[in-house]
Design a protein around this ligand. Structure first.
Ligand code: BF8
Length: 633
């Protein structure tokens, strides 16, 4: 299997193999064959009487030492993965809320409220009031922090952001989350030794937890917009070619814009750029993004996106990266070993995410600019040790337009119809010019040829006039392959979709179409796409499970992706996975996830590794919804 479809990634892999440096692809090969029990979810290590395993072909024991059968083992894995994902998004969101509180109390002067309109809109939505901006921000931060405690009322960030129909469904099924952290704890409790042994009940608990994940993601997005501004479309570039030979290259990698936005801001400082030049970097400082935090600064500061996810090591392999600055989540520990082969300084910044051999510069919100300055000075120091003979930056980059927040999309549509911005979108869905909407989300997996599924599926769906939205590393994949551009619309969109994207793009003053794929941000920003769908559903007076809207994670990897996929299904969306999750060992769990959830929530998982067949399945799901609405299919 070709390791990647991305020329820049392939070039970096070649450098690694010539130098005898092991990358994620080599480590994956070294793991082959991977354990068949684990691959089907039939390995249990919950207690110390194990490990227990069940033969998926029915030979040997059919239950573990405690009596847990295949269904219980697999359901437990799903639930614990969702809980870990929820804890991650929740931790990110809580960090933002604490910083908003510090900002409101005047204890974090580097984080002023940048978007008062968003502050007011979010506060009004969740029922918070306050006189001055600071008072309002303080009350909103306190309300946000309450979302993590045990509550007796539904989470405000879930209940106020979905349709009434969804709330009714969640109430009926007993899956209304009542405290992000307490729901995570509940999921861990019920799946520990000797608690919940009913696989369906465990899975309903997982859904409840996933809905708390949705609230956490939404909260993180709202807080980021309040503190850093709501994104609007901006053109920048993507892929390894954005690194500069004659600059101090600093990569920000991870998730929370609290760190990356500050590094991006401080990198504009004249004194620091002069210091970089004095060290021999004629072009000064060059900040580049990796993974989700790369998406955050791409949208708000036009910081170019170097790469994402599975190819994160390649940025160091160019030999031109002076500092890799990380916060938390999706950061491979291998970065430390790869950095050691070069002059690159790996810098960890968060107390919960240290890596042996990295330099730890703890990031403090109270003096964030000073923390960012220390980080940049460390990068300049590392630059002085750069070995020019090892520099090999692939000359590969593409133009990419990013930053289609919900507000930006509605704003663009309002240029077509000022009184009723959603009308053009709905009219075009009704007329079939837009057949449906597909949100691409999730990661890049070493288990498939990097980006192959994304590239094949976007072409298939675009020619069928499907409007494409993207977040996270999905948007990174599309950026690196040129799909976040008007040229891609000209080349790949079906006639109806092209006409709509051209009409809106022209009205927005672009002089041509909108990009083929609308980049909506990082993984927590999947809730921006949900907001658009909810607004359309409310306007049509139907629930989300009636809309021709689908989701796809063609290369899902992380527990966070499991949490997001689960809430997408609970929100009523047919949701495609292009990598088989470890659930096939249980007929019950497989049946619930791919079929029974359709009766309960309207949404369901479609597992299909072939990208063309996956596209056909998603189009079929949209056709079913269109027929249900009485539209041409
Ligand atoms: O949260 S898409 S590899 S970077 S988990 Fe991670 Fe997956 Fe990328 Fe962002 Ni999302």
């Amino acid at each position: 299997m070709e390791r990647s479809k991305d020329k820049a990634t392939l070039s970096a892999i070649k450098i690694a193999s010539q130098a005898g440096i092991k990358t994620v692809w080599d480590r994956y090969e070294a793991q082959q064959p991977q354990c068949g029990f684990g691959e089907t979810g039939l390995c249990c290590r919950t207690c110390m009487q194990g490990p227990c395993r069940i033969d998926p072909f029915g030979e040997g024991p059919t239950e573990g030492v405690c009596g847990a059968n295949a269904d219980v083992m697999v359901a437990r894995w799903v639930s614990r993965a969702v809980a870990a994902g929820t804890a991650s998004h929740g931790g990110h969101a809580k960090h933002m809320a604490h910083t908003l509180l510090l900002s409101a109390e005047g204890k974090a002067p580097d984080y002023p409220i940048k978007d008062e309109a968003k502050l007011k809109a979010v506060a009004a939505r969740v029922g918070v009031s306050g006189g001055s901006t600071r008072e309002l921000a303080r009350n909103l931060a306190l309300k946000a922090l309450e979302e993590f405690s045990e509550k007796t009322t539904p989470l405000a960030w879930a209940a106020t952001t979905v349709t009434k129909g969804r709330v009714d469904t969640f109430l009926k099924l007993g899956v209304v989350p009542t405290g992000i952290d307490s729901v995570v704890a509940d999921a861990l409790h019920r799946t520990t030794y000797g608690v919940d042994a009913d696989p369906v009940n465990i899975l309903l608990g997982a859904v409840k937890c996933a809905l708390a994940d949705y609230a956490g993601c939404h909260l993180a997005t709202d807080m980021a917009d309040v503190l850093f501004g709501t994104p609007s479309p901006a053109v920048t570039r993507a892929n390894l070619g954005v690194m500069k030979q004659n600059a101090v290259n600093i990569a920000v990698h991870g998730h929370n814009p609290l760190l990356s936005d500050m590094v991006a801001q401080v990198a504009g400082d004249k004194d620091l750029n002069d210091r970089a030049r004095a060290a021999g970097a004629a072009d000064g400082l060059n900040v580049i993004g990796v993974c989700c935090t790369g998406n955050e600064v791409m949208m708000r500061h036009k910081i170019p996106l170097a790469t994402s996810s599975v190819s994160q090591e390649t940025v160091i392999l160019t030999g031109a990266l002076d500092a890799m600055v990380v916060d938390y989540q999706c950061i491979m520990p291998s970065l430390a070993n790869i950095a050691e082969c070069f002059h690159t300084q790996l810098i960890t910044t968060m107390p919960i995410a240290k890596i042996p051999k990295a330099k730890h510069i703890e990031f403090h919100e109270a003096n964030a600019k000073e923390s960012a300055r220390q980080i940049i000075l460390a990068a300049i120091d590392a630059f002085k040790k750069r070995d020019r003979k090892k520099v090999n930056i692939p000359d590969v980059s593409t133009s990419a337009m990013a930053g289609f927040s919900t507000e930006a999309i509605v704003g663009a549509l309002s240029l077509v119809n000022k009184e009723d911005p959603l009308k053009p979108l709905i009219d075009n869905i009704v007329a079939g010019n837009i057949y449906g909407v597909c949100l691409f989300a999730g990661c890049n997996s070493v288990k498939v040829s990097q980006d192959a599924n994304y590239v094949a599926m976007v072409k298939e769906l675009a020619k069928k006039n499907v409007l494409i939205l993207a977040t996270g590393c999905a948007s990174g994949a599309f950026a690196r392959h040129g799909f976040l551009s008007p040229e891609a619309t000209e080349k790949y969109a079906g006639p109806g979709l092209k006409a709509v994207l051209t009409a809106v793009g022209t009205a927005a003053g672009l002089g041509g179409p909108l990009p083929l794929v609308l980049h909506m941000g990082s993984c927590v920003d999947n809730t921006r796409a949900a907001d658009v769908a909810v607004a359309v559903a409310n306007k049509l007076g139907v629930d989300l499970d009636k809309l021709p809207v689908v989701a796809s994670a063609p290369e899902a990897v992380t527990e966070k992706a499991v949490a997001i996929g689960t809430w997408a299904v609970a929100a009523g969306l047919p949701t495609h996975l292009g990598v088989v999750p470890p659930v096939l060992g249980s007929k019950v769990v497989t049946q619930v996830l791919t079929s029974a959830t359709k009766d309960l929530f309207g949404g369901y998982f479609i597992v299909e590794t072939d990208p063309v067949k996956a596209s056909e399945a998603l189009v079929a799901a949209m056709a079913e919804r269109r027929r249900g609405l009485g539209l041409n299919a």
